[in-house]
Design a protein around this ligand. Structure first.
Ligand code: ZN
Length: 202
């Protein structure tokens, strides 16, 4: 069972589901040749795919293209369904950085066939996750930098200012479809610069 805690707080919480939104940054949609969607693209990862800070990812043997997607992660603190955007941030306990690891070749094949994405998105170790910081400690959600470096080389360098749906809007739209509960984690989309990881990369 995966548990997460917030820095400086004694208690920890069991992770429920991880709900993710696709193509929330226009530049990223374009780099993969995808349309910028009008309706949300939502999918989930199971809690079992979390790798804590400093852990090791195991790239499955059925892929040749494991991509990194750095994302702002939101920890839900209180339950809600059909949450209005104006009240959405009241449901947040904390924020972290996650990597939505994606087997791009597998995903493309699944997309072509019209099949679900779990085999590309929900494999073991597919969600490296930092420690959370308390929501109160993050004053400006609209201006957070999202960076990912591979072996010291900067690959992704985005900002939450470029999210098409803000954090509050992401919570609202996800909770329209899925009731959110304490311990659920939301991944809010990746900026441009996604790319392939090789075995041994840091
Ligand atoms: Zn993603």
């Amino acid at each position: 069972m995966s548990r997460v805690s917030i820095k400086g707080q004694e208690s920890s919480v069991t992770v429920g589901k991880i709900v993710c939104i696709g193509r929330n940054f226009a530049e990223h949609a374009r780099e993969l040749g995808n349309a910028v969607p009008d309706s949300p693209i939502l999918f989930m990862k199971p809690a079992s795919c979390i790798v804590p800070d400093g852990g090791t990812v195991v790239i499955p043997d059925y892929t040749n293209e494991c991509h990194h997607e750095v994302e702002l992660a939101v920890l839900i603190g209180t339950r809600g369904a059909k949450i209005p955007a104006e009240q959405a941030l009241e449901h947040v306990a904390g924020y972290a950085v996650a990597i939505d690891l994606t087997l791009r070749d597998v995903q493309n094949t699944l997309k072509e066939k019209g099949h679900p994405w779990e085999m590309a998105k929900a494999f073991a170790t597919s969600c490296p996750l930092s420690d959370f910081v308390a929501a109160e400690a993050v004053p400006d959600l609209g201006n957070l930098s999202l960076k990912l470096a591979v072996n010291g080389e900067l690959r992704q360098n985005g900002t939450s200012a470029d999210m098409m749906r803000s954090v509050a809007e992401v919570i609202a739209v996800m909770s329209d479809y899925f009731p959110l509960e304490a311990g659920d984690i939301l991944l809010t989309g990746t900026p441009a610069g996604v790319g392939r990881l090789a075995s041994g990369d840091q």
